[in-house]
Write a protein that binds this ligand. Structure first.
Ligand SMILES: [Mn+2]
Length: 349
C-alpha cells in the first residue's frame, strides 16, 4: 500500500489494488456526500459498475437529500435508488466505499466508528483517509468522475450512454466547463466521454424545470444580499433545498464588483455555508475552515468550498449571533472593512 496517494501510479496497478480489496466480497455500500452533486452521483454509479465486474452488488447511500432539480433529473436518468445512510444497518455490507468525499470531513454522515475500506476523491486528503485499506486522492484533479472513468478504462468497461452522460456532467459541473481547476486528465476524459454521452439529454438535464419555491428562495437570497467592498454575502434563512446555498453563491460571484461570495442558510439542525471566489491569492477551502473553526467542519477547493455548523437545540438569538460572527470572521479574513455595507439590490429590504 502506498502511503502517499498523490504519487503517480499507473491506472492498471491502481485498478488491481482496488480489485484486491473486492476479492471474495459480495456487497458494497457506496457513500456519497449528504447533498450529492453530479460529480458524486456519477462517481458512485461508475464505482458500482466496476464493483459489479468483480461480482459485487452495491447500494448507494447518502445521509442527506438530492435537492437540486438538475441533480434529481440526473438520478432519474441513471435510474438510481439512493438510500438513506442514517437508516441503514452498515453491518450488512462486506465493504464500504466513499467517493467525492472522505471520512470525518463533516459533509457526509458515515458514523464516526466506521472507516471506509475504499476512498476515491479529489479533495485535500484527510488524516482518517490514510487508514483506509484503499485510498486514491488526487487533489489536482477537477473531478472524481475523471478518476472513476480512468478505472473503468483500465478495467475495459465501456460506460453505458446514461453513465457516460453522467460522468460528462460530473466533470463539466465540477470544473465549470473545464475552465476551473482542470487537469489534462479531466480534459481527455471529458472528450472521450462526450462522444459516448447523450448530448440532448445532457442539455435537458441542465435546464431542468424548477419548482416555484425555488424562485421564492432565490428572491430571498437576492433581497438579503449585502456588498462589503469586494465581498458579497447573503443569508437564505431557513431552507428545505440545501443545494441552493451553493447555487446562490455561484450566482452572487457573477456580480462584477465582487471576487468573494458567501451564502449561508439553516437546513434542519445545521447552518450550511458556501464560498465562491475568483481570487487566486487565497484558497476558499482554507477560508471556510477558518470561518467555521472548531464549531463545525469545512473544506473544498481553491475557488469553491462548503462548510457546516450544528445549530441543534439553539434558539433564534443564538443562531443570529452565530450568523453575525460568521460574517465578521469572513470579512476579517478577507481584510474587508465591515462598515461599508450596502444592499446588492437597491430598493429591496
Ligand atoms: Mn467533486
Amino acid at each position: 500500500m502506498k502511503k502517499d496517494s498523490s504519487q503517480p501510479v499507473n491506472a492498471l496497478s491502481r485498478l488491481k489494488r482496488l480489485q484486491a480489496v473486492f476479492a471474495e466480497k459480495k456487497s458494497l455500500l457506496i457513500v456519497m456526500q449528504d447533498f450529492p452533486d453530479p460529480d458524486a452521483i456519477a462517481s458512485a454509479a461508475a464505482l458500482r459498475e466496476i464493483a459489479l465486474r468483480s461480482g459485487i452488488q452495491s447500494s448507494l447511500a447518502s445521509g442527506g437529500i438530492v435537492s437540486r432539480a438538475e441533480n434529481r433529473a440526473l438520478v432519474r436518468y441513471l435510474d438510481l435508488n439512493i438510500i438513506n445512510l442514517n437508516k441503514l444497518d452498515l453491518a450488512r455490507y462486506d465493504l464500504i466505499a466513499m467517493v467525492d468525499t472522505q471520512p470525518a470531513t463533516g459533509n457526509n454522515s458515515l458514523a464516526a466508528g466506521y472507516l471506509p475500506h475504499i476512498v476515491i476523491d479529489h479533495h485535500p486528503i484527510h488524516r482518517a483517509t490514510r487508514r483506509a485499506q484503499f485510498h486514491d486522492i488526487r487533489r489536482r484533479y477537477g473531478a472524481t468522475s475523471t478518476m472513476l472513468f480512468e478505472y473503468m478504462k483500465a478495467a475495459g468497461i465501456k460506460p453505458s450512454t446514461p453513465l457516460a452522460t453522467a460522468l460528462t456532467y460530473g466533470i463539466r459541473s465540477d470544473t465549470s466547463d473545464l475552465g476551473r481547476e482542470t487537469t489534462a486528465a479531466d480534459i481527455s476524459a471529458f472528450f472521450e466521454l462526450y462522444v459516448m454521452a447523450n448530448k440532448r439529454k445532457l442539455s435537458r438535464i441542465e435546464v431542468e424545470r424548477l419548482p416555484r419555491p425555488y424562485f421564492s428562495l432565490l428572491a430571498r437570497g437576492l433581497a438579503n444580499a449585502r456588498l462589503f467592498g469586494h465581498c458579497v454575502i447573503t443569508d437564505l434563512g431557513e431552507i428545505d433545498n440545501p443545494d441552493m446555498i451553493g447555487e446562490v453563491a455561484d450566482l452572487l460571484l457573477r456580480n462584477e464588483e465582487s471576487d468573494w461570495a458567501l451564502c449561508f442558510g439553516i437546513f434542519e439542525t445545521r447552518m450550511l455555508l458556501s464560498i465562491r471566489t475568483s481570487d487566486l491569492q487565497q484558497d476558499a477551502g482554507k477560508v471556510i475552515a477558518r470561518i467555521v473553526g472548531r464549531r463545525g467542519s469545512g473544506g473544498g477547493h481553491n475557488t469553491m468550498a462548503g462548510g457546516q455548523i450544528s445549530v441543534d437545540g439553539e434558539n433564534a438569538a443564538a443562531v443570529n449571533a452565530l450568523k453575525r460572527d460568521v460574517i465578521k470572521r469572513y470579512l476579517k479574513i478577507l481584510k474587508q472593512d465591515g462598515s461599508s455595507e450596502e444592499k446588492l439590490v437597491k430598493g429591496e429590504k
